[in-house]
Ligand binder design. Structure first.
Ligand code: SF4
Length: 333
């Protein structure tokens, strides 16, 4: 609660890249679901953000939006308890980003570590665009439009929130006290490697999908990368060097962790048997998600209705903020 006795405002978004995987569920979605009763939460589909890197192929975005929101709802986001909306339906995001663009020094954007990293990682695309350099400005607009108090992030995203705070400070310094400086709400983000041991990602083909059938999960996690030192069944291993063990840490009981650790170090347990202990938990965890998702997908137009209602709720707030912003800057409207 704030000193004014209202629930604190939380804003967060996700790029629509299609249906979601276990990394999204454990790293983000479960946190969002836990936050929705404690705070006044706003979760948005960041579809303009997709264009900052994928501007050449925007055609798949509409289908991806539906797939992603289905997973949000199946995971437990409740449109009665939080606001779920689509960024591109609200032109206020673009207007505020434009105005922030006027006051944001380019070096602030150039020193953004994600900018440099992503440019290297996505070297197959031409990312020397104005939109890609400026995506943190759009992000600041997404957050400050709702006068967020808190932004849930993992530790690696704290610099993004800091940039939003700097933009808010600069705005307030120039035009008067209009925008609150949001705080990062640090969320636990367990390490969730994909089946090949790299970070779980759609583009690596190593993801466990939230609607994946149990047999497929069993087969694919059964082949998941392990400690490379365990070449033979008789070789002892080290769980801390085993990608699969990250999922044991999320899912297994303390007793199971103890058994696995001792068995691995003494070569008393084979990797497949070890993984089976974890796999049964993953399958049991995802079964209700898959059922809820299928039931929601069968409701024609449901996702569209959720987004339409959420967008109207968000619009009311966005409009109020833009009245304050334009007023402070002496603009029409
Ligand atoms: S026994 Fe288990 S923890 Fe050890 S390397 Fe194999 S899968 Fe990993």
């Amino acid at each position: 609660m704030t000193s004014a006795g209202r629930k604190k405002i939380v804003v967060s978004g996700m790029r629509p890249t299609g249906k979601l995987h276990l990394g999204h569920l454990l790293g983000t979605l479960r946190n969002w679901v836990a936050l929705q009763d404690q705070y006044d939460c706003h979760f948005f589909v960041a579809d303009w953000h997709v264009l900052t890197t994928d501007y050449e192929k925007p055609g798949k975005v509409p289908g991806f939006v539906d797939e992603m929101v289905l997973d949000w709802l199946a995971a437990g986001l409740d449109p009665e308890r939080c606001v779920i909306f689509r960024q591109s339906e609200l032109l206020e995001h673009a207007e505020l980003a434009l105005l922030f663009g006027m006051i944001t020094p380019v070096p602030w954007l150039e020193r953004n570590p994600t900018y440099k990293e992503q440019k290297e990682q996505l070297s197959d695309r031409d990312l020397s665009t104005y939109g890609f350099l400026g995506y943190p400005v759009l992000q600041a607009a997404d957050i400050l439009l709702y006068k967020a108090d808190l932004v849930p992030v993992g530790v690696d995203q704290v610099p993004h929130v800091e940039l939003t705070r700097e933009i808010a400070r600069r705005f307030n310094h120039l035009y008067g006290d209009v925008l609150p400086e949001p705080q990062a709400l640090l969320s636990p983000t367990p390490k969730v490697p994909g089946t090949d041991g790299r970070k779980m990602s759609k583009s690596y083909g190593n993801a466990i999908w939230l609607d994946e059938e149990p047999e497929s999960i069993q087969t694919r996690l059964g082949k998941m990368a392990t400690d490379p030192a365990r070449v033979r069944r008789t070789d002892p291993g080290d769980p801390e060097l085993c990608p699969a063990f990250n999922l044991h840490k999320v899912y297994c009981t303390p007793e199971e962790i103890e058994t696995v650790t001792a068995g691995c170090k003494s070569a008393g347990i084979g990797c497949l048997d070890c993984k089976k202990i974890m796999i049964k938990h993953v399958v049991a965890d995802l079964a209700p998600h898959r059922e809820r998702r299928a039931a929601l997908a069968a409701r024609t137009g449901y996702v569209r209705d959720v987004l339409a209602a959420g967008t109207e709720r968000a619009r009311a707030i966005a409009r109020r903020t833009m009245v304050d912003v334009r007023d402070a800057m002496g603009l029409a409207g």
